[in-house]
Design a protein around this ligand. Structure first.
Ligand SMILES: C[S@@+](CC[C@H](N)C(=O)[O-])C[C@H]1O[C@@H](n2cnc3c(N)ncnc32)[C@H](O)[C@@H]1O
Length: 285
């Protein structure tokens, strides 16, 4: 983005820390309780500048990052936080050109990160059972110009999403274990599977489900992000942090047999390690 043009989305950051996304339009102004800034003062100029309202109140004009886009969408569901979304993109091995299936779409928070990762050559297919939530996600993605990279279905995942051989599948829904037959069909052998679940009993149910399907190389993880107050002379963590967003479960879809799966089962491995006298977490040489 060398200079800003009509249609571009910019992030306005006030001196009080408030952050708002706006879409630039000719003859429009950014209205704040501390005055206005005509969009014409931004169009044709580069981002990364400070511009003031007619009352002299300064705003930082920035090109938004993916985390800003996710944080600022309208939402009626819990969204995947940027810290988890970034890690999910890496664990699903997404890059330009990949094809990924997601359910449920929710407000489209994770869809933004998935689309940004696979564009321009790749595609996200996303499935949402509730009509009102599906429509909100469509509006959120349209505003950000991401709809060319996403196909949204308003249906239950159990009805299928017309995809085969996708590179990755991510499920952020209550009972992902109910959909593993379909995920197995849709995901190419060797493909990447992931899910986010808020409670441990759901994680156990998913682990049971994965062990009865063709998934291996399974992991359960959780990310804690501790933000700091960026004041050099009084550097310390902020008073509050998000203590829990969700557990992240990842696995690979494989062609295998029950017998082979038993050899890789975590319980068998635990007993084997005990027998070989290895400590927990110690790897084979
Ligand atoms: C926590 S939200 C997903 C949030 C989304 N990942 C985001 O970042 O905005 C879970 C969504 O899954 C949807 N859902 C639940 N079961 C579903 C199913 N069987 N098929 C499709 N969507 C489903 C719910 O309606 C809900 O909108």
């Amino acid at each position: 983005m060398e200079v800003l043009k009509p249609g571009d989305i910019v992030l306005m950051v006030g001196a009080d820390g408030r952050r708002r996304l706006i879409t630039l339009q000719e003859n429009q102004s950014y209205h704040t309780h501390r005055g206005t800034i005509p969009h014409s003062e931004l169009i044709g100029k580069p981002p990364g500048r400070v511009v003031s309202t007619q009352l002299g109140y300064p705003y930082l004009v920035l090109e938004p990052g993916v985390a800003d886009l996710i944080r600022n969408i309208k939402r009626i569901t819990q969204i995947v936080y940027p810290k988890d979304a970034a890690y999910i993109v890496m664990r699903l091995n997404l890059s330009a050109g990949k094809r990924v299936l997601e359910a449920g779409t929710g407000s489209g928070g994770l869809t933004i990160a998935l689309a940004k990762a696979v564009m321009p050559g790749g595609h996200v297919v996303s499935c949402e059972v509730r009509g009102d939530i599906h429509r909100l996600a469509a509006r959120n993605l349209e505003k950000l110009g991401l709809l060319p990279y996403v196909t949204l279905f308003n249906r239950d995942l159990s009805e299928g999403c017309d995809v085969q051989y996708v590179d990755a599948v991510f499920l952020d829904m209550k009972e992902p274990w109910q959909h593993l037959d379909y995920v197995e069909e849709a995901l190419r052998p060797g493909g990447f599977f992931g899910s986010l679940l808020p409670t441990t009993n759901q994680v156990s149910a998913l682990l049971d489900g994965l062990s009865q399907h063709n998934f291996m190389d399974i992991s359960v993880e959780e990310l804690l992000l501790r933000p700091y107050k960026p004041v050099a002379e009084r550097l310390r963590p902020t008073d509050r942090m998000i203590a829990h967003s969700g557990y992240l479960i990842f696995a690979r879809r494989v062609e295998t047999s029950d017998e082979a799966r038993r050899w890789f089962s975590p319980i068998r491995r635990m007993h084997r390690d005990k027998y070989l006298g290895k400590g927990e977490g110690e790897e084979d040489a």
